[in-house]
Design a protein around this ligand. Structure first.
Ligand code: ADP
Ligand code: F6P
Length: 498
């Protein structure tokens, strides 16, 4: 088994099997925040990515993607149901997002979570070079740092949580709270998106495990675990370069024509998730249409809602509700050839997304709670002419950085309507001022800065950090490789949100 000095461990591999337009099956980069964040930086580092390839068959042997070795972990149908759809996405996910949906607790799910985390830890132990650096990602794998340390105490282990880490009142509800905290403490460095999350973690460790903790350091056994906030970002330069391409500008122009040349285009791009506040946004839009503040003839809303975690009950119900509401709004306010909402559930390649961002006068990103929200950052990066208004939820991690956005509380319907009206009627000079400030921030705080600061803290200035500073010759960020011959298991469990 070949070993690597840097191993990223995440529930998903950065690729998904996909039907190409010519009908052939290929693997391509999967959408989703985690993949968008990490994929660009690993292209520059000899690394292995340990993850699940989707499906429930035997683990396929995949070719390297952009020089990154793919090491697959297989999930059985039971693992998929009880680990991914169960404990990860029906217990932890809602709980970590303010319980905007009710978290469910089942002992069988916990057993699957332990079992799958153990499998990931064992796979990682095989591919990490002696003394190597391992970077474990996200809530699906909170036990991996502890399990891996038991197997390979020689490794430097980092853990980064991409989603919010909840306040103690919520976390305390978890029946296995102590085990989850102990699992994370197997890392040398535990990273969060926000300072508040690190604070919540320190408080919980003190309360549940009775360990000495500050918001920066925790003592456990004979080790010190460091904690901190490292807000994740995007490949700003790559998105800006993509948006600036003549073909993308031309595509944006055509899109505007196809939309009926409206005076203003509002865009939202979300995974179909109850945390994204899609229903609240549709309600606000519908009320603005009803009051005449917004008129279909001169304003259109493009809502991209990529189906996600489609076998989880709460997601199925959400999709039904959203589609009913889109139908109602179009029925009530649309005209022949002029729908009030252009509703799209398809995956788009990066260039098409960039064209959509370019066409959007207002980008509405209004999650009820979000660890970061990379879509907001992508929009800002794509506004190469410094125009456009970002309507942003106060409850997205991004809001702490993009404070020049039009900030709204998505739980406050009147506030949401007011924010949307303000963004639609914004003075262009004011919007440009705001956009310039946000763009400058993102150029400085991009994905490489994020990786550098995290790995610097983890690796304590070791050799890894310098490798990540190399610049990118550029691609559209889509990794397409021929589909391997090994079967990947049931296509029915292919997840869209990646
Ligand atoms: P989350 O991590 O909850 O999915 P983020 O906003 O942080 O949310 O990241 C979503 C990522 O998925 C972004 O990089 C975005 O460009 C990508 N994405 C969202 N919808 C689509 C889609 N329909 N097609 C392709 N990529 C998408
Ligand atoms: O942001 C949280 C997250 O789980 C990411 O890790 C992932 O990229 C995205 O949501 C999509 O989720 P899934 O892998 O469940 O489709």
């Amino acid at each position: 088994m070949r070993q690597s000095s840097l191993v990223v461990v995440a529930n998903r591999l950065p690729i998904d099997d996909n039907q190409a337009p010519d009908g052939a099956c290929e693997w391509r980069r999967s959408p989703g925040g985690l993949v968008s964040a990490l994929h660009p930086l690993l292209r520059h580092t000899p690394a292995t990515w340990v993850g699940w390839a989707g499906g429930t068959g035997p683990a396929p042997a995949l070719p390297d993607v952009d020089g990154v070795r793919m090491h697959t972990v297989a999930l059985s149908p039971e693992d998929l149901r009880d680990h991914y759809e169960g404990f990860a996405n029906a217990t932890l996910w809602p709980l970590y997002h303010d319980s905007v949906e009710q978290p469910q607790h089942h002992r069988r799910w916990w057993e699957a979570y332990q079992r799958v985390n153990q499998r990931f830890a064992e796979a990682t132990a095989e591919v990490a070079e002696p003394g190597g650096v391992v970077w474990v990602q996200d809530y699906h794998l909170q036990l991996v740092p502890g399990l891996l340390r038991a197997l390979r105490p020689d490794l430097r282990i980092g853990f980064f949580l991409h989603v919010p880490f909840p306040p103690p009142e919520l976390f305390m509800q978890l029946p296995r709270r102590a085990e989850l905290l102990r699992g994370m403490l197997g890392a040398d460095l535990v990273g969060f998106q926000r300072v508040q999350a690190a604070h919540n973690f320190a408080q919980l460790v003190t309360r549940v495990l009775e360990l000495p903790a500050t918001d920066r350091r925790i003592g456990i056994d004979d080790r010190v675990v460091r904690i901190g906030a490292f807000p994740v970002s995007i490949d700003t330069a790559e998105m800006a370069a993509l948006a600036d391409r003549p073909d993308v500008a031309a595509r944006a122009h055509r899109l505007r024509q196809d939309l009926g040349d409206p005076r203003q285009v509002i865009l939202s791009v979300d995974r179909m998730d109850y945390t994204k506040g899609i229903e609240q946004r549709l309600k606000a839009y519908s009320e603005l249409l009803a009051s005449g503040d917004v008129k279909v003839r001169d304003t259109v809303l493009v809502q991209v809602a990529m189906p996600s975690r489609e076998r989880v009950g709460q997601y199925q119900i959400l999709r039904e509700r959203i589609e009913r509401e889109v139908g109602r709004i179009n029925g009530e306010f649309g005209r022949v050839g002029e729908p009030a909402i252009h509703y799209l559930t398809q995956p788009f390649d990066r260039a098409e997304l960039a064209a959509l961002y370019r066409v959007a006068d207002v980008m509405a990103v209004t999650p009820l709670r979000d660890g970061m929200n990379l879509v907001a950052k992508e929009y800002v990066a794509a506004r190469v002419d410094d125009t456009g208004a970002l309507l942003l939820s106060e409850f997205a991690g991004t809001a702490a950085e993009l404070s020049q956005a039009y900030l709204v509380n998505p739980h406050d319907l009147e506030g949401l309507k007011q924010g949307l009206r303000a963004a639609l009627r914004a003075d262009p000079a004011d919007s440009t001022q705001r956009m310039l400030a946000m763009r400058a921030h993102l150029h400085q705080h991009d994905i490489r800065a994020w990786a550098r600061s995290y790995l610097h803290a983890l690796d304590e200035g070791g050799a890894l950090v310098s490798r990540l500073t190399s610049t990118d010759a550029g691609s559209d960020g889509t990794a397409r490789v021929p589909r391997p011959t090994t079967p990947t298991g049931s296509p029915a469990v292919h997840q869209a949100g990646g």
